[in-house]
Design a protein around this ligand. Structure first.
Ligand code: ADP
Length: 486
């Protein structure tokens, strides 16, 4: 509540929004947390760029849109950038899509420089200008990752915006991506005061670092799990930004992500061939059969199916997987991986698949419906991350009765607990960041699956019964809003 007793007003500033523009976990969070926040009594609204295809996907989903009469403008690069504001009600959340030439290129550039970083700065300034067009003024701007980190920087250091005294929150979904590029001519073009480029603000080894600026400039900082909030203050986890995060620790907190449990629900999921519930697991076998058929594998096998659904980037630890390919095949289990990303990882997995035909298969690409079948049809979900801010996939897999095998790091440590602990758990975990550690946990999982069906069912049910809703975390976000707004 604000001082006047009305609901706190928050503008969610995000460059991803599931299901219209999702790349990873940020898209899922932006597509589900605002709804939970509104249910918790926060007046939250969302602003996001209309990247290519987004408005078409909105129309195809049946969501009605209206165009707001007033455009929004941002002064950047010695000219005025205007955007049309398209309003939509997305699952009860007022959502504003900014449609402009600035957002007509690739969503995320492969190379960051002045030109490719500019749409993100323009987006943040247009978000700051939105209040007049929509006649609604937020108490707090809630920003996410480096792509909207320019907004807190502008509120602190821009010659036009710094007078406003508005509050901002920076949520860190992944500190590995920081928005680093050459300062010239960005500093002149952006309207930031020259003193915003110093070692205590945005400067980073002679470059601009938008995430660093956002962390320093924001009123409060949060990240997506309590363990990750601690890890990022140590050198190993985020390298050079750990010092800044340690310095800023009094305004840093970790709030665990939740899931859209209606969307990720084996009892009602339209993308899977048979539904199942905690009370009636029969449908899971049909999902497994269909998944094996999709892979071209023997559908009658009794072997456990290990699945991975992931971006194939260094963070996710797939070198541990392809380096242990023969050992995995020797357990008798089948390994199915859905993902795309770095060439060296894709190639490593393809080689492992070629050398182990009938045991290992890569579905290359991004495929939302197939991801549902993987979560539903798998027995074991493997996630050997090097670091993991929160991770949603392990929670989704547990919803679908697919038992996670994960490295004990970041949010994985906060959500998956080893069944062999005296107090029991919902999965299998390992600590060391190497194939030996991973195989130790994976072998235990495969053996348990093969030799003790009753124990296995209990582990599945333990995961399926976990509360992965946003209810608790939405309350913690609301508390943060109210604290900084008081
Ligand atoms: P990250 O945000 O680091 O990518 P998360 O586990 O937090 O990892 O979220 C990943 C989300 O993206 C999950 O919803 C997962 O199902 C989805 N995902 C990842 N790769 C693919 C893919 N190749 N096809 C479909 N969905 C994918």
């Amino acid at each position: 509540m604000t001082k006047s007793g009305s609901a706190v007003k928050v503008l969610f500033v995000t460059t991803e929004l599931a299901p219209f523009s999702k790349v990873g976990g940020l898209g899922d969070v932006a597509g589900s947390l605002p709804k939970a926040l509104r249910q918790a009594g926060v007046d939250v609204r969302v602003v996001t760029p209309a990247w290519p295809g987004v408005l078409e996907r909105v129309a195809a989903s049946g969501v009605k849109t209206t165009t707001i009469k007033t455009k929004v403008y941002a002064a950047y690069d010695w000219r005025i950038h205007s955007a049309t504001v398209i309003k939509a009600d997305v699952k009860g959340v007022p959502t504003y899509f900014l449609n402009a030439e600035d957002y007509s290129g690739d969503m995320y550039p492969s190379q960051l420089n002045y030109w490719t970083a500019s749409p993100f700065a323009v987006f943040c300034m247009q978000a700051l200008e939105l209040k007049d067009a929509i006649e609604w003024e937020p108490d707090i701007y809630h920003c996410h990752d480096w792509t909207s980190a320019f907004l807190p920087c502008a509120l602190a250091w821009h010659r036009h915006y710094r007078q406003r005294g508005d509050k901002s929150i920076m949520t860190l979904h992944n500190v590995a991506y920081q928005g680093i590029f050459e300062p010239s001519p960005f500093l002149e073009a952006s309207g930031l005061e020259p003193w915003s480029f110093s070692s205590s603000t945005m400067e980073f080894y002679g470059q601009v670092n938008l995430l660093k600026g956002g962390i320093v400039a924001a009123t409060a900082v949060s990240t997506v799990s309590p363990t990750y909030a601690n890890e990022i203050q140590t050198y190993e986890s985020t390298r050079e930004l750990s010092g800044i995060l340690y310095q800023q620790r009094s305004k840093l907190r970790g709030i665990l992500n939740g899931l859209d449990t209606k969307f990720w629900d084996p009892a009602g999921d339209k993308a899977i061939p048979a539904k199942f519930t905690v009370k009636d697991l029969k449908g899971k076998a049909a999902c497994k059969k269909e998944l094996l058929a999709r892979a071209g594998f023997d559908t009658e096998t009794n072997a456990p199916v290990i699945v991975c659904v992931s971006r194939l980037v260094e963070q996710k630890g797939f070198d541990m997987v392809f380096n242990a390919a023969h050992q995995i095949a020797e357990t008798g289990a089948k390994l199915l991986i859905l993902g795309s990303g770095n060439d060296w990882i894709e190639n490593g997995i393809m080689k492992a698949a070629e050398e182990n035909p009938g045991s290992i298969k890569l579905f290359k690409g991004y495929d939302e419906p197939l991801s549902h079948l993987m979560y539903a049809g798998g027995d074991i979900f493997l996630m050997p991350s090097v670091f993991e801010p929160c991770g949603l996939s392990q929670m989704i897999s547990m919803r679908y009765g697919t038992v996670p095998v994960v490295r004990e790091v970041g949010g994985l440590r906060d959500t998956v607990f080893d069944v062999d602990r005296p107090e029991g758990g919902n999965g299998f975990t390992f600590l060391t960041c190497d194939s030996d550690g991973m195989m130790w946990a994976l072998r235990r999982a495969v053996e348990r699956y093969n030799n003790d069906k009753a124990a296995w069912k209990n582990i599945m049910l333990e995961g399926m019964k976990e509360d992965f809703t946003w209810n608790k975390s939405a309350g913690l976000y609301k508390q943060m809003y109210e604290e900084i707004n008081s």
